[in-house]
Design a protein around this ligand. Structure first.
Ligand SMILES: [Zn+2]
Ligand SMILES: [Zn+2]
Length: 384
């Protein structure tokens, strides 16, 4: 194992990984009309192999849905009606401005190439994007704009691992990942904080694997409230590296605590509808009180119980980590944390990064018995 670790370290530091991903962008927005222009570089627009037009920086085209086809226009004239359009960057670096007109959405910037077709009377827009450009965009969308660079490195390794572990999610629909939270939020090119592309390129190609060299399920959430949970408590499937961790780093952060009041009568009806024999309970409402010093999985009264994750879902709660205090005719839920609490706690990781802890240590704190390796090393070890 020692030689293995040394070898993957040397391969890791020398490799720059390059691979394209097909990401469906502006997913579920039903875009029917947009304006496209190169922000940097130069684009050729093709229909299949036919070159229609070349766009230099800031030269604009309008793209409009027309039945099952696409009208392409520039400032002076209509360039034609097509079934599909490919936008291929032909300079060394290319990224484009996309402004949706119908529906109106603020202009976004996207790296690399695009393909537009029609699906259900609106655009199916696939961004054919270099993985490291995609990762930087996701880090910005998922990790915010004001964190420490060591946190961005952590999030970059996580987002890269998550993307590569989920490449087949939308394969039947002709692309790899969508751009909303179903896969990972991706709102285009990272531009707001220079630390983000820097963190992405300095961890280029690095991913997290478990002891069997398989990519991990790199789950993360906003705030664990002081204790993460095992994956088996949320998704049934147990993973050796997704185990409870006591986390003191996040407990004073923005999403650390929450409260919610529910009328006692509503709570009783809810429990009754979930099989609680409340008519048999003593006439003392303190029986509904509930305490979690460490995380529990069930809310229990006498022999009745209900999964806390069902309560979280039904009452739209921030977490399952809450106490119940009955006061007069109300129930006060005093909660900790935000999210499913499996895997890495983002606010805890941000705090660790602020205190000078490296991204490798942050990752190993939340994902036990894992290794950070380069994809090249991984392929090397998987080749018979
Ligand atoms: Zn998706
Ligand atoms: Zn935490």
């Amino acid at each position: 194992m020692k030689y293995f670790a040394i070898l993957i370290f040397f391969i890791s530091i020398n490799s720059v990984f390059s691979q394209r991903l097909k990401i469906r962008i502006l997913n579920e927005k039903n875009v029917k009309s947009l304006i496209f222009a190169p922000a940097v570089g130069k684009y050729n627009i093709y229909c299949d192999t036919l070159l229609i037009v070349t766009l230099n920086k800031n030269e604009v085209v309008n793209i409009i849905q027309n039945g099952d086809s696409i009208d392409l226009k520039n400032l002076n004239s209509k360039l034609g009606t097509f079934k599909s359009l490919n936008f291929i960057g032909v300079a060394n670096a290319n990224y484009a401005k996309i402004k949706c007109v119908i529906p109106s959405i603020n202009q976004r910037l996207y790296d690399d190439d695009f393909k537009i077709t029609i699906f259900n009377k609106s655009f199916n827009i696939i961004n054919d994007v270099e993985i490291e450009n995609y990762v930087a965009g996701v880090v910005e969308s998922e990790g915010g704009q004001k964190a420490n660079i060591e946190y961005y490195k952590t999030q970059a390794v996580l987002c890269r691992t998550y993307a590569l572990e989920n490449l087949t999610r939308h394969i039947l629909e002709g692309y790899y990942l969508c751009d909303n939270v179903h896969c990972q939020a991706y709102n285009g090119k990272s531009l707001s904080n220079f630390d983000i592309p820097e963190a992405t390129s300095s961890t280029s190609g690095l991913v997290i694997v478990d002891s069997t060299l398989n990519l991990i399920t790199a789950a993360f959430h906003s705030n664990c409230g002081g204790q993460t949970v095992g994956s088996e408590d949320v998704w049934i499937k147990s993973k050796s590296y997704l185990k409870p961790v006591i986390d003191s780093y996040c407990i004073n952060e923005r999403c650390a605590i929450w409260e919610k009041t529910i009328p006692l009568e509503k709570w009783k009806q809810y429990l009754k509808s979930n099989g609680f024999l409340i008519n048999n309970y003593p006439n003392d409402s303190s029986i509904y009180n509930f305490n979690q010093i460490a995380r529990k999985t069930y809310y229990r009264i006498l022999n009745d119980s209900i999964a806390l994750r069902k309560i979280r879902l039904d009452f739209n709660l921030r977490s399952t980590f809450f106490n119940v205090i009955v006061s007069n005719n109300n129930l006060l839920l005093k909660g900790r944390g935000y999210g499913h609490a499996v895997g890495l706690c983002q606010e805890g990781a941000m705090q660790m990064a602020k205190r000078g802890i490296s991204y490798q240590e942050i990752i190993k704190f939340y994902y036990k018995n894992t290794y950070i390796v380069s994809l090249r090393a991984l392929n090397f070890f998987k080749t018979p």
